[in-house]
Design a protein around this ligand. Structure first.
Ligand code: SAH
Length: 265
């Protein structure tokens, strides 16, 4: 559960904040930290602020981009100090914790935090399947990054502590698509929409953003992503949907059936 939650910090400027995040995480029972291009790391300042949580810093993974940090995750939750646009419906921390906990059944859930000054870019938010916002004072809503990790970490911990045992039925369905598979779908979709003349160069940004939201909301599983990509390939003319002969002879049989006896009881 909590070990299935990955905290991702994007381009953190102050090493002291990284240390404070590690401490907040360890207090709440979180242990997996990934740093995307930290300005200064490792650092004595980070160690000092981590206090007894240097082990988390020692185990932290440093990567070059957000993609590498979340590629394997079926759920990627961006933490935002602002309510961005109407495209996004942000969860509150409690809703986030319930969802995150439920989704750990499928794999690692990433919680992504932005830069101290500028937060997450809209391209980075586009990579997230969900958004969480701590409903702070609207006139002063930006928390220090370690405080934000603390609040969200607390909600995750409470969700674990108060979790009701459930009879799990999720195992029967196909696994949810990972972030990397969703990105593959979006790249394919954009290309196909160009190929069929739907998208015009220079106008794809807004439409792709809306389509990303739509597919993230739908939360397709891996098989569904494959079906969608098959449809895209067919639309691109890469393959034909029509089976040569069987097609016409099959249809009447499918449509009829009125003369069949309804039941033998
Ligand atoms: N000035 C930036 C905020 C940076 S705070 C901005 O306006 O976007 C650093 C990070 O802490 C944010 O990117 C976000 O991940 C997290 N954070 C801060 N306040 C938050 C809040 N109210 N809700 C959710 N996350 C928050």
């Amino acid at each position: 559960m909590l070990e299935q939650i990955r905290i991702v910090l994007v381009e953190t400027s102050h090493p002291g904040n990284i240390g404070a995040v590690a401490r907040a995480m360890k207090n709440m029972g979180l242990s997996r930290l990934v740093l995307v291009r930290p300005k200064v790391f490792p650092s004595p300042e980070a160690d000092a602020r981590a206090s007894g949580a240097q082990d988390l810093l020692a185990a932290a993974r440093v990567v070059d981009d957000l993609e590498a940090a979340v590629a394997d995750c079926p759920v990627v939750i961006g933490a935002s100090a602002r309510k961005r646009s109407t495209l996004w419906t942000a969860m509150d921390p409690r809703e986030m914790a319930a969802l995150a906990l439920e989704q750990t059944a499928h794999g690692t859930v990433a919680l992504v935090f932005g830069r101290e000054r500028t937060g997450l870019t809209s391209a980075e938010l586009d990579r997230c399947s969900h958004l969480v916002h701590i409903p702070a004072n609207p006139d002063y809503s930006s928390l220090n990054i370690a405080m934000a990790v603390q609040v969200l970490g607390y909600e995750l911990r409470m969700a674990v502590l108060t979790e009701q045992p459930v009879s799990v039925t999720v195992a029967e369905s196909d696994p949810p698509a990972t972030a990397a598979q969703m990105e593959g779908l979006f790249a394919h979709l954009e290309q196909a929409l160009h190929d069929i003349g739907f998208l015009q160069t220079g106008r794809e940004g807004r439409i792709m953003q809306r389509l990303r939201r739509l597919f993230h909301r739908a939360r397709p599983d891996q098989r569904e992503v494959n079906i969608l990509r098959g449809i895209l390939s067919a639309a691109q003319g890469a393959k034909s949907m029509r089976a040569p002969e069987a097609d016409s002879s099959d249809r009447p049989g499918v449509a009829s059936g009125g003369g069949e006896p309804h039941a033998s009881r």
